[in-house]
Structures are given as C-alpha cells and as structure tokens.
Design a protein around this ligand. Structure first.
Ligand code: FAD
Length: 341
C-alpha cells in the first residue's frame, strides 16, 4: 500500500515495546532515549505500544515505560497475541497506526520486530529504515545513520515523504534513559483479529537455552575462530568468557565445521552484536564476520598473523598465538579478580 495521507496529521513518537516474562526488554527501554530526544525537538508526545495476550500481566512493563518518560501507552491485548504470529501482530499494530497516525515509530532490531515491522510498513504505507544506528531530525525529518554495502560505508537515510517514519534500531545504540518518575496514561486496545488471518500456526516451542548468556544481550563477548584449531580448544574461549562474565561467540568457519552451534555465530548470516567489548580470538576478520561485530565499542583481537584484516578494525591487537596469550590473559584477569567488566 502506498502512502496517500496528509503528512501534517501524523504526530507523536512511538516505541514498540517487547515484553518478556512480564518485563520490558532492555532493547525496548533503550529506545526511550531517542524517542524522548526526537519528541522533545518535535514538540510531540512520546508513546509506547505493548502487544500482549489477553491474560498477560503487562502492569510492570507499563509502569517501567511510564517511569522512562512515556506519556501514553497503548496496550493492545487479544487472545491471539499471546504468541508471536506475523500476520496477527502486523494487523494489530498496523490498524492502531492507521487510527492514531504517529509521526515516528521505533522498533528494536530484534528477530521478531525485523520480521513484522516491514509488513507493518507495507500495510500502513509508512517507510521503514532497517538496521538503523543513531537517529536525528533534520528539518523535522527523521534521519538514521546506517551501515550500507556490507557496512563498508555509513549513510544518512530517511523516509521523508511518507508517514509514519519507522526505524528498526540496533540494540545498544543508546543507553537506557534515566527514569523521570512519571506514570503514563494507559489505554487498553482490543484489536479486530480472527484466527483465520494467521497463515502459520505455532505447534511447539523448543527451549534451546542452555543457561548461558545470550549473545544479543551481552556487554562482553569472547568469540573464537578457526585459529582455535579444534572444538576441544574452545575451553580457552569459554574460560576467558566465564572470567569476564561474557557470552561466547563464533565465526562461521567453526559453526560450519560443527564445533559450535549456529546460535553463537556472529556475522552476515549470524547475529549482529554491539557489545561494549568484543574479543576476537583466532578470527581472521573476513568482511562477513565484521558486519556482525564492527560496531562493538571496543574490539580486542588476538591473531598470530599481523596482516589479518581483524587488526584493521581492532582497538587493541595482540599478534600472538591464542594458545599462549589467552591462558595468560585469563589467569591475570582471575588474579585481579575482574569477575565482570
Ligand atoms: P579463518 O579465516 O580460517 O581465520 C582463522 C584465523 O586464525 C587466521 O587469521 C589465522 O591467522 C588465525 N590463527 C590460526 N592459528 C592461530 C593461533 N594459534 N593463534 C592465533 N591466531 C591463529 N563468517 C562469519 O564469521 N560469520 C558470518 O555470518 C558469515 N557469513 C558468510 C556469508 C557468506 C555469503 C559468505 C560467502 C561467507 C560468510 N562467512 C561468515 C565466512 C567468512 O567469509 C569467513 O570464511 C569466516 O569468517 C572465517 O572464519 P575464521 O576467521 O574463523 O577462519
């Protein structure tokens, strides 16, 4: 559907909140920082939207968004929204957008939002900026900094001639804002949904969580590559990770070799991560790996080849053998009692 509305009618900055086990996620809460900045400059309200099942308790997430500065919260509840289903989520949010006409809609770039935000854009005639970094306004138009051409260039991207202006914002682009102590006006919305709208059905949820830290949420990631020379040597990676309270990541070479699960793969065909510190151990730094981790705040690489491409993007590099350097590093960190960074 193309946009044929009146741009002037679209007001307000929305954050689409994800709720997990009754609590709003860190990625959603971070979005309140740009939402407040943009809304302040535009002189428009900040709203949050929560999609949930009829019986789900959303009170904690509503309170959190109120404290973080949302003036209004639309809690969209329906029996059919208890589990994510793309067509139902798209219709529920799309209908609300068409009724309320927000100017800006921000999603965290999670796997669920990446799946249905483009569908919402098509349904509403809005424009969507994917994989967005920092956001700003220029003459009232939303602009996002976005890596293009396999992240080799940064571009300013906008969707100027359409509304709402939507963006899927990468996790950890922003810090969560300080709490304003306020509370939001909560409006419960019942969407018009029927089971036949769904084109797929959830049959079973298989829990693969092994109790380890999730890559996407980790402040520190220790990743290993083919330089580890075998799956048994990943204990070096795991030990350093556990000393730092970090998550374990991997290059595709070792995932393809069956040394590590795909859930740990970082890169173009794996996960995009933006931790505070990223360790690359025995990873060459191919462009397909870099696109998943190059926006990490600090990159520390250990590789015995001084010409390895990873050193071009590393903040700190050690040219050396992982089997010599990593045990010493882990030992020193343990002795200094740096249990977490
Ligand atoms: P290698 O390139 O083999 O590098 C191993 C490194 O270890 C070398 O730099 C070597 O100097 C170093 N080394 C060896 N021994 C030691 C030692 N003892 N001590 C220290 N250093 C040592 N890759 C990804 O990672 N993620 C992706 O999502 C991804 N998607 C892809 C998608 C496509 C379409 C394609 C074509 C490729 C993709 N790749 C991806 C693969 C990518 O091109 C590389 O092949 C891969 O990243 C290489 O993994 P690696 O660095 O572990 O292995």
């Amino acid at each position: 559907m193309s946009f044929n509305g009146n741009i002037e009618e679209y007001k307000g900055v929305w954050v689409v909140a994800e709720v997990s086990e009754g609590r709003s996620t860190q990625t959603s809460e971070e979005l309140m920082t740009p939402a407040r900045q943009l809304a302040g400059e535009l002189g428009q309200p900040v709203c949050a939207v929560i999609l949930a099942g009829s019986g789900d308790d959303t009170s904690s997430a509503e309170a959190a968004f109120g404290r973080l500065g949302a003036e209004k919260i639309y809690t969209v509840k329906h029996d059919l929204l208890g589990q994510y289903q793309p067509q139902l989520y798209t219709k529920a949010l799309g209908d609300l957008i068409q009724q309320q006409k927000p100017n800006v809609v921000l999603f965290g770039a999670t796997s669920v939002a990446r799946d249905y935000a483009p569908r919402v854009a098509i349904r509403t005639g809005g424009g969507l900026i994917t994989n967005a970094g920092e956001l700003k306004l220029e003459n009232g138009i939303l602009k996002a900094i976005k890596g293009v051409l396999a992240e080799s260039l940064l571009a300013d991207v906008s969707v100027a001639n359409t509304r709402p202006q939507m963006a899927l914002v990468r996790g950890r682009t922003y810090e969560k804002p300080s709490e304003s102590g306020g509370s939001a006006n909560v409006e419960t919305v019942t969407p018009d949904l029927t089971p036949d709208l769904a084109k797929s059905k959830l049959l079973e949820v298989q829990q693969t969580d092994t109790g380890k830290k999730k890559l996407e949420d980790a402040e520190v990631i220790v990743s290993g590559g083919r330089g580890l020379q075998g799956p048994e040597n990943f204990k070096l990676v795991e030990e350093l990770a556990s000393t730092l309270g970090a998550a374990v990541g991997a290059s595709r070479a070792v995932v393809d070799a069956g040394w590590r699960p795909h859930a740990e793969q970082v890169g173009q065909t794996g996960k995009t991560v933006t931790p505070t510190v990223y360790f690359a151990l025995g990873i060459s730094g191919a462009i397909q790996h870099q696109v998943g981790m190059r926006t990490s705040r600090t990159i520390i690489a250990i590789n015995r080849d001084a010409e390895a491409p990873i050193f071009k993007i590393a903040d700190f590099g050690i040219v050396g053998d992982v089997f010599e350097v990593v045990p010493v590093l882990t030992q020193v960190l343990k002795e200094q009692n740096l249990a977490s960074v």
